[in-house]
Design a protein around this ligand. Structure first.
Ligand code: NAD
Length: 464
């Protein structure tokens, strides 16, 4: 697949300067421009659906179901929410004033930030590229999208069709890898929205610091799942499978990373997981058409390193089959993996699922909270006290009780991490807010001028 490589500092500077001129013309601020562009995104993904599905098949062997449901439909749903709510979001929001400012009125005016950069990741390369762009456009900005070079078919499709469908005077795609992204990061942006890993997030944040550019960092982490024995086991297991292997074969930022359950309950849980996995993916899952492959050989090698570490030897209780030539790894369950192993200290981001056991379920919290705060955390239980304790105790980007991964479909919930799993959030109105400046505006009248605020500052005035 062809990737534009001749894109250096000067090209990036010229492009940003042009976008700044176009932004300054005011065209992107109008409600009509925003609505037109959002509708064109919907039109683009509807008309190009089969090409998108093919590109995702080529980059990840992503099943068409997952491409349509989790990438295209979710993107369309974001656009539809923005189209429906935009007028309301753009309206200045009245706030109460104080006696000190009497008489006056006050409002918060949302204004676009200017020219913003979106750097996206490979695992949901349509959704993670265009969903932030929806927010940037809804808020009235000019935007440059840099898709991930690790999903090259999708990257080139985005470059082609964004150019064809959207207003190129304000919306651009730059393809490329580290050199092109570095050239982009040299420029002054009004916001940088980055999705990917924490190492590169530090590069992004350092580049942003040079111009005091605000950032949104959508990162990952080890998202735990606590399974209480008091639970509907079959439904719980199915929902864990859907959030793990049913989302890009575990290559998802909110994928269940490890399970914690009691020693007593673990055999029952493992048996049910095995049975349902076999029901969904057959007895030879490497042949299943319903599982994405591992994106490339680097990530395949990374997952093999986790599996082949000495500390993990003999811990596989299900799966473990792999085929490097086809970049496939079967859904794999492991039991009692040491907490200091690579598998339990690094984000797995693949089809491996360790099951950790504890004497009492309450002991899960120490395991979870001794690690970096994850992007998501899941609990399966019927017990109300357990739910309350979980919400009170666990700090993560988002929590889901009795399901996994599904919270990102709820537009009213902010989607983002905390500490190492990211900063800032988006989805629904949060996307609009992420790309807006909330300008404080106070309207005073010339009436009721309080002489007390002017010198001379007498003792009596101070006590008034
Ligand atoms: P990636 O390799 O596609 O990298 C992300 C982006 O960073 C790409 O556009 C890439 O070109 C750019 N990049 C890479 N190296 C760079 C450098 N040195 N300088 C500047 N830019 C550089 O994606 P990835 O990081 O492998 O993605 C996986 C990670 O992302 C996981 O940790 C996952 O949890 C996280 N993730 C988070 C979300 C979320 O919404 N929070 C979504 C998907 C993935």
């Amino acid at each position: 697949m062809e990737v534009t490589t001749a894109f250096g500092n000067e090209d990036a500077a010229a492009m940003v300067a042009e976008l700044r001129r176009n932004f300054a013309s005011g065209k992107t601020r109008s409600y009509e421009w925003r609505v037109t562009q959002l509708k064109k995104i919907v039109k683009m993904v509807e008309e190009r659906e089969s090409e998108i599905v093919d590109a995702l098949r080529s980059d990840l062997n992503k099943p068409a179901f997952e491409s349509v449901v989790y990438e295209i439909s979710m993107l369309k749903s974001s656009c539809k929410v923005a189209l429906k709510e935009l007028k309301q979001w753009m309206k200045p929001q009245k706030v109460k004033t104080t006696i000190v400012a009497f008489p006056s009125s006050a409002e918060i005016v949302a204004e676009p930030l200017g020219v913003v950069l979106v750097i996206s990741a490979w695992n949901y390369p349509i959704l993670l590229s265009l969903d932030p762009v929806v927010g940037a456009i809804a808020a009235g900005n000019a935007v440059v999208l840099k898709p991930s070079e690790i999903a090259p078919a999708t990257s080139s499709l985005l470059a082609k069709y964004v150019k064809e469908y959207l207003d190129n005077s304000a919306v651009r795609v730059v393809e490329g890898a580290v050199p092109e992204t570095s050239a982009l990061l040299e420029q002054k942006w009004d916001k940088i929205f980055y999705t990917g890993n924490g190492r590169v997030a530090r590069v992004v944040m350092s580049a942003a610091a040079k111009y005091l550019t605000p950032v949104v960092l959508e990162l990952g982490g080890k998202s735990p799942v606590i399974v209480d024995p008091d639970v509907n086991l079959k439904i719980s297991v199915r929902r864990i499978i859907a959030g793990k292997w049913g989302c890009n074969n575990g290559q998802a930022c909110i994928s269940p990373d490890y399970i914690v359950t009691t020693k007593e309950f673990a055999p029952k849980l493992v048996d049910t997981l095995k049975r349902e996995l076999e029901r969904f993916y057959g007895s030879d899952p490497l042949q299943s058409n319903d599982l994405s492959r591992i994106v490339n050989s680097n990530h395949f090698d990374r997952l093999e390193r986790l599996l082949d570490e000495d500390k993990v030897a003999g811990k596989i209780v299900h799966g473990g089959q792999r085929d490097k030539a086809q970049l496939k790894i079967a859904p794999t369950l492991l039991r009692d993996v040491p907490l200091d192993s690579l598998m339990m200290t690094e984000e797995i981001f693949g089809p491996l699922l360790p099951i950790i056991t504890v004497d009492k379920l309450e002991d899960s919290y120490e395991i979870i909270m001794s690690r970096a705060k994850p992007l998501a955390a899941y609990l399966f239980t019927n017990r109300k006290d357990m739910k309350n304790q979980f919400v009170k105790t666990v700090s993560a980007g988002g929590l889901v009780i009795n399901d996994s991964a599904i919270h990102l479909t709820v537009h009213g919930l902010p989607f983002g991490g905390v500490e190492e799993s990211g900063t800032g959030s988006y989805h629904g109105k949060f996307s609009f807010d992420a790309f807006s400046h909330k300008k404080a505006v106070l309207y005073r009248s010339f009436m009721g001028d309080a002489f007390v605020r002017y010198p001379p500052y007498t003792h009596g005035k101070m006590r008034l």
